[in-house]
Design a protein around this ligand. Structure first.
Ligand SMILES: Nc1ncnc2c1ncn2[C@@H]1O[C@H](COP(=O)(O)OP(=O)(O)OP(=O)(O)O)[C@@H](O)[C@H]1O
Ligand SMILES: [Mg+2]
Length: 282
């Protein structure tokens, strides 16, 4: 049983943490979250490729992997076991190349295969701690890779980060995926956070022999949800059969395939929408 005094102390600590988060986030010009109500649709793949593209274009970029139960970002960026460094400013993100900084709950696990078994309040506390303790420094943009669903992690992110620019919603053409994405869109609307656009991933398989597109998971789901919700469709990304290995997803590194070309088109749209002022100098 929590006493009234303990309750007051907790409230005060929460408010103090909010102030620290606001200070940290003020150093980051733009923040976007990559979300989907559905699992396995390519959120992390998109988040990693979007962040890597921005970094390649010269923007100071961060990627925050808040998928506590299944952090995939380090693997996708080929970051091995890492001991995080801490200085007087806080926990330092891991640098990849010149412009990309990475933070993931994976870095906090002693053994990458051990699962984290946390319930709601603990997950919220961990995410808020991420936001308050990581020293990103000045960034042009922070891309946040969210877990599937509309749960505690999403609420913690969307409610704790002040002035978030918006959400990129990822879907596949499946009807089940679309239903789940609609739930996420409703959550964003409820929290009054803009959904910047929809990305339809795995929108077809281009046959490497004859280059015919095979609609493995159906067709047109992204545009269907776009016209239903009025949210722009940023692009459709075909399946790339080179994704045989789970850690081989940095498609923007190879801009020859249809998949990477389409991801780059999506990135350019987000750049025009979000990084308007910064892009003027590029
Ligand atoms: N366009 C694509 N072509 C081929 N494979 C893809 C494509 N997009 C994603 N994948 C593969 O699908 C799998 C799931 O992708 P990813 O991990 O990005 O999804 P997710 O939505 O982040 O999943 P989770 O809900 O578990 O976080 C990965 O193995 C990834 O390599
Ligand atoms: Mg993921």
């Amino acid at each position: 049983m929590i006493t009234e005094q303990e309750n007051q102390e907790q409230k005060l600590a929460y408010m103090q943490q909010d102030i620290i988060i606001t200070k940290r986030m003020d150093q980051i010009k733009h923040k976007i979250a990559v979300m989907s109500g559905k699992g396995g649709v390519g959120k992390s793949t998109m988040a990693v490729n979007i962040a890597a593209s921005f970094a390649k274009k010269g923007y100071k970029t961060g990627i925050l992997d808040v998928d506590i139960h299944g952090p995939n970002v380090p693997k996708m960026l080929k970051i091995g076991k890492t001991d995080l460094k801490v200085n007087e400013e806080g926990i330092l993100p891991v640098k990849v190349g010149e412009n990309l900084k990475v933070m993931s709950s994976q870095f906090l696990l002693s053994d990458e295969n051990s699962p984290i078994i946390w319930r709601g309040p603990k997950k919220t506390a961990a995410i808020r701690q991420f936001l308050s303790d990581v020293s990103w420094g000045n960034l042009d943009i922070l891309v946040i890779d969210c877990p599937p669903g509309t749960g505690d992690e999403h609420l913690a992110i969307l409610q704790s980060i002040p002035s978030i620019d918006g959400i990129i919603m990822v879907t596949t053409p499946h009807t089940v995926s679309l239903d789940d994405v609609e739930k996420s869109i409703n959550m964003a609307r409820h929290l009054k956070i803009e959904v910047l656009g929809i990305v339809e991933n795995m929108s077809g398989l281009i046959c490497p022999e004859c280059e015919t597109e095979i609609p493995l998971f159906g067709r047109g789901g992204g545009s269907e949800i776009s016209s239903k919700t009025g949210i722009p469709l940023l692009g459709s990304i075909p399946i790339d059969i080179r994704f045989e290995k789970e850690d081989d997803v940095l498609l923007v590194e190879n801009s020859n395939s249809e998949t990477s070309k389409n991801i780059l088109k999506v990135v350019t749209k987000i750049e025009k929408q979000v990084l308007k002022e910064e892009s003027a100098g590029k």
